[in-house]
Write a protein that binds this ligand. Sequence first.
Ligand code: ZN
Length: 443
Amino acid sequence: MNRERVTIFDTTLRDGEQSPGCSMNVQEKLRMARQLDRLGVDVIEAGFPIASQGDFDAVQAVAAAVRRPIVAGLARACAPDIERAWQALQGAARPRIHIFLATSDIHLKYKLRISRQECLEQARSSVRLAKSLCNDVEFSPEDATRTDPKFLCEVLEAVVEAGATTLNIPDTVGYTIPTEFAELIKTIRQNVRGIEKVTISAHCHNDLGLAVANTLAAIAAGARQVECSINGIGERAGNASLEEIVMTMRVRPDRYAYETGVETEQLFASSQLLSEITGVSVQPNKAIIGRNAFAHEAGIHQDGMLKNPLTYEIMTPQSVGVPNSMLVLGKHSGRHALGLRCEQLGHNFDRRELDEIYRRFVVLADKIKVVEDHHLIQLIEEAHRPAAVVDLPIAIARAASASNGNGGTYKPFPIPLSGAISSISVSSAAEHHGEQEDYLWGV
Ligand SMILES: [Zn+2]
């Protein structure tokens, strides 16, 4: 069956990163972007280049490192933002400039202090400028769901004329409800000239817990791109959760006969990696990837599950990449099994990095019989933590933190292990590594 495709636009690294406690540095964004690439998202919004040097660097680094997905940079509707975004996207294989401008009267009056006419002109001219630089231009009328629909359609028509290729309709404040949002998408499809040439997108916030429901309603009404994030992170109550949207389409093709490029088996790993990077874990009962999402506690449920999983399971844990719990990790487990489990938890280590984890794993496994996933995640986190420096020869640690220059936190792993340390003190790093190798290969 030939299904229509829905483009998955991931904004974990932009809107997601704006949520309290979820900010990420360049290296962390790069790690996450590589996992998003493995996950199969179509667009990665990597940041807001004019917002800070860090955001600029992150967009540039992601654009250079990730070649398959489109990489988008966010810009307000003005020349300095657009030019800065374009500069950050120079190395991208498939760049996209994403421009936003508020269109609701409340935002025009109190935030931007411009008239509707000025807003219309600014939207048109900024898209024109972006189009002169980049073929792929997305426009978002911020606070669209509280904008007069007639004016909204006028603005959208102007930006389509100016060359926008995607029209994203944001429910910026998480105010709309599914039936209303579907009507808005229909109104846009019926009233904006040239709409058939462009992709309509939905960007929903979860203030009323309706972000995923509103997004699905938009798809049913004709949206063919959805903006979402891993674990649903984002401003305030968050964005629509990627895993919930994608799995709804996979579990209910009878109602949502669309396909995406997402490898659903990578969902759990993506969620775990994000939690590890940000230090923000998901609630246990979070749909799809929460700790309890596949746990069956009640006796009658367990009985049914044992007779036939279909009694209580609408999708298998394997389909979202939850590790097979039959594989028990203990002190007799080898590096291969450990590496595999790390991959399932979102960590793709090179050999040397895995050595370090394995060294810690063996010590732990000696103390406790079975190393559960949460132990392993903690162990990986510890390997990232500055305190882990004590495990390394002091001279190397000192040299590495001095080379940091800013006196800030020194992360001994994974970056310095393969980069900074070896370049600072090759001989002692090699010595240290040699010890590890003997130990590891001897087990
Ligand atoms: Zn947003």
